[in-house]
Design a binder for this molecule. Structure first.
Ligand code: HEM
Length: 508
């Protein structure tokens, strides 16, 4: 009997090992390295298996398939996804056939926390929001306010922190610092209030934390069948519980800002619309009689602009400063360019740079573009076709399907960027005439393409250049030895474990 049971248990063990190996094999992919298509489950297991390195996985799959790949979802979930990094497809979807590719209902359901804000809307609602936002953001008054806000925050927020870290030989998480910087400046530009997040105390800011948590859950929703996350939401469990708590915090804080602003305006404390000192977008939205925004529209607008401005720019800065600090030859060239802006007598001293001084910093600009190519702050995007159609790559798409772009993979594909695609090489952005080379947006998609191109590109470059110049000219950033740097899994491309660094002053 004992012998029989040992033989039986060995049998079960072997069966278990065989099933385990089969699962792993299928999860890893078939012989070509592509995800295995399971009965009922589609390619879902492979997706989950690689979820922690999803961006790299996308790159592997697109490199193998030549640019477009159909990911089969579980049969019950109805989420087949056509992934593509083919510039011809991107151009077709984002520009040539824009009307047939709205963000769609799927997008709106996933990003429900954004309400009816610009990121989440389509058709007439989107058009009117874009028109208003563009008018406000491109106004000279906004630009002046941006320049002043950024300068003040660098001088009174960023520099004291860096000086303290350098003096005390501490380790700092620069990703956290940049998030705090852009959170404060964006909040000031959008609402007129400075939450004072970037200070030596590194205060806990529930609003900022709630934004991080909401973004994480929004990413997870992309990976799960709608029925699953909807059930979790209904039951108030798992990630959905986290999102609903974050949602409450966002509503509370934004609600407070709106009522404070209404009070200010009705008290006449702040009625200087023409005065850029007191300018902010919320005031403009409230005071514009033609808009008639109620509190819900104001809430949605503020949240969308906060997400647009805070996360993308701080992600861009994080990856950029890391790349520069790990590429001494690029660092040297940026320093040389900055030195040339200053008179020789003053070039070996601590100094901050004004936005207009950095306008012609070609190499710095090129290096930022190069960093955004390799580490696009928005790492993927998706659209749903309204009518069936055939993409330039020959793939059929229809309304029950999502089309997904991996911006992360797109920036690394050799057929798009050449054999040296993986290298950080700002020179590729500089033309023979010594100016920044224009790359079509359907190839360099970091700021989106077509009618929905990012409205804040200039804002982002102004801020990133000012911060980057202040750091690179005045400090030596050193990544902490052994600190692992790789992308997180969220709708914004951050470093999974932050950017831990030490700071040394360059000038005494
Ligand atoms: C490095 C910084 C930035 C990057 C990489 C970036 C990237 C993007 C991307 C990829 C989109 C398309 C998103 C989508 O449709 O789902 C977008 C849209 C947008 N961005 Fe930016 N952005 C940056 C900074 C900013 C800033 C600082 C602002 C505002 C001050 C801003 C305002 C907007 C707005 C309003 C839209 C919506 C456009 C529309 O749907 O018509 N962005 N951005």
């Amino acid at each position: 009997m004992a012998l029989i049971s040992i033989v039986a248990s060995i049998g079960y063990f072997e069966i278990f090992v065989a099933i385990f190996c089969f699962f792993v094999f299928c999860a890893l992919g078939d012989r070509s390295g592509l995800p295995c298509n399971w009965p009922f489950l589609g390619m879902f297991p492979g997706l989950l298996f690689h979820v922690n390195r999803i961006h790299e996985r996308c790159f592997e799959v697109f490199s193998t398939t030549g640019g477009t790949f159909l990911l089969k979802g579980p049969w019950f979930a109805n989420i087949d996804i056509l992934g593509t990094v083919d510039p011809a497809n991107v151009h077709y979807i984002m520009s040539a056939n824009f009307e047939n590719f709205p963000k769609g209902e799927e997008f709106k359901k996933i990003f429900d926390v954004l309400g009816d804000g610009i990121f989440n809307s389509d058709l007439d609602l989107w058009k009117s929001q874009r028109k208003i936002t563009r008018t406000l953001i491109t106004h000279q008054r906004f630009h002046n306010c941006l320049v002043k806000t950024s300068w003040d925050k660098i001088k009174n927020g960023l520099i004291p922190v860096l000086e303290f870290v350098a003096r005390e030989s501490k380790i700092v998480d620069l990703q956290d610092v940049f998030q705090r910087f852009t959170f404060d400046t964006t909040c000031q530009l959008v609402t007129g209030f400075d939450p004072g997040c970037l200070s030596l105390e590194f205060p806990n800011v529930p609003f900022s934390k709630a934004m991080d948590e909401a973004e994480e859950v929004l990413f997870i929703r992309h990976l799960l069948p709608e029925s699953v996350w909807k059930l979790q939401k209904w039951l108030g469990i798992g990630h959905e519980k986290k999102l609903s708590k974050a949602w409450q915090v966002l509503d509370q804080v934004i609600g407070k800002y709106i009522s404070m602003k209404r009070d200010e305006l009705s008290n006449g404390t702040k009625l200087k619309e023409d005065n850029e000192e007191g300018f902010d977008l919320l005031t403009s939205y409230i005071l514009d009689d033609g808009l008639n925004f109620d509190d819900k529209s104001l809430r949605d607008t503020i949240l969308n602009l906060m997400i647009a401005g805070r996360d993308t720019t701080s992600s861009g800065l994080t990856w950029f400063i890391w790349l520069v600090s790990t590429h001494p030859e690029v660092e040297k060239k940026i320093r040389k360019e900055l030195m040339a802006i200053i008179s020789v007598a003053k070039s070996q001293k601590w100094r901050l740079f004004r936005a207009n001084e950095l306008k012609n910093a070609i190499y710095l600009h090129a290096a930022l573009c190069e960093s955004l190519r390799l580490y696009p702050p928005v790492p993927f995007q998706h659209k749903t076709p309204r009518e069936p159609c055939i993409l330039p790559s020959g793939h059929h798409v229809h309304p029950n399907m999502r089309v997904m772009f991996s911006l992360y993979a797109m920036g690394r594909i050799e057929s798009i960027w050449g054999k040296d695609a993986a290298e950080f090489k700002p020179e590729r952005w500089i033309s023979d005439r010594g100016i920044v080379k224009h790359e079509p947006s359907y190839k360099f998609l970091a700021f989106n393409a077509g009618p929905r191109t990012c409205l804040g590109k200039e804002v982002a470059f102004t801020q990133m250049k000012a911060v980057a110049a202040a750091i690179i000219h005045n400090y030596q950033v050193e990544v902490i030895k052994g600190h692992k740097v790789y992308p997180n899994v969220s709708i914004i491309l951050y470093m999974q474990h932050g950017f831990k660094a030490s700071i040394k002053k360059r000038w005494t």
